[in-house]
Design a protein around this ligand. Structure first.
Ligand code: PGA
Length: 251
């Protein structure tokens, strides 16, 4: 059975004390109720250890927002997958369009990061998505297929069980322009088919595919009602506990 997941992606926001307060508030709300989805907080590297201390890790997952493409060594400023795992985090977000765009992360580099993350025992939330120009040029499927197949399709069936896909159309991220639930469903179904062709129908059915891009309490329910949308990766709306919980409880 596939899992429903709502994951926050705080990006480069909050100081450590602010992040700890936010995590505490989310944790408190999560443990107080029976939820129909898993909840994960994606936080800056600097916050992982402190946030880990204030969440109930069995109820609230913890993700880094990136990891290095090496395990250790002379890479000043980088943070490796084993370092992330050593904080008690259980997930890492990889391939976010901001990392691809601003820091030139390629499909090939992400393939290495995925391998190192899995090796370190982390689950991967792997992001993919097209730009507005690519959508207008009719290249959505081509872009998504390249991103997913070039970074993930070398994995074994066993490894695949640790992959969550996040479809995030770049034109919808932080813009207030959400993809319509039909637009999102169409791409999610395409992704699930792609996975089925490679890993078979059962593994595809079991794969969690999240939508990301201006997801908020007011549109989450309609998005999550679609058959192939299994939750969300939430940026802006994850920075306020109430908004984030409004999305979590949309299931
Ligand atoms: P947003 O970001 O919810 O602020 O659009 C989503 C994301 O980038 O993961």
């Amino acid at each position: 059975m596939r899992k429903n997941i709502v994951a926050g992606n705080w990006k480069m926001n909050t100081t450590v004390p602010e992040g700890v307060e936010l995590a505490k508030a989310v944790n408190e709300a999560v443990v107080a109720q029976e939820l129909k989805c898993d909840v994960i907080l994606g936080v800056p590297f600097t916050h992982l250890t402190a946030v880990k201390q204030v969440i109930d890790i069995n109820k609230v997952g913890l993700a880094a927002e990136n990891c290095a493409d090496h395990n250790s060594g002379a890479y000043t400023g980088e943070v490796s997958a084993p370092m992330v795992a050593s904080t008690g985090a259980n997930y890492v977000i990889l391939g976010h369009s901001e990392r691809r765009g601003y820091y030139n992360e390629t499909n090939e580099m992400l393939k290495t990061k995925v391998d190192l993350a899995l090796e370190a025992g982390l689950k991967v939330i792997f992001c993919c998505g097209e730009s507005l120009e690519e959508r207008e040029a009719g290249k959505v499927e081509e872009v998504i297929k390249a991103e997913i197949s070039e970074s993930l399709f070398h994995l074994s069936n066993e490894q695949w069980a640790n992959i969550v896909i996040a479809y995030e159309p770049i034109w919808a991220i932080g813009t207030g322009k959400t993809a319509t639930s039909d637009q999102a469903q169409e791409v999610h179904a395409f992704i699930r088919n792609l996975v089925a062709e490679k890993y078979g129908k059962q593994l595809a059915e079991d794969t969690t595919i999240l939508y990301g891009g201006s997801c908020k309490p007011s549109n989450a329910q309609e998005l999550f009602a679609k058959p192939d949308i299994d939750g969300g990766l939430i940026g802006g709306a994850s920075l306020k506990a109430n908004d984030f919980m409004g999305i979590v409880t949309a299931f």
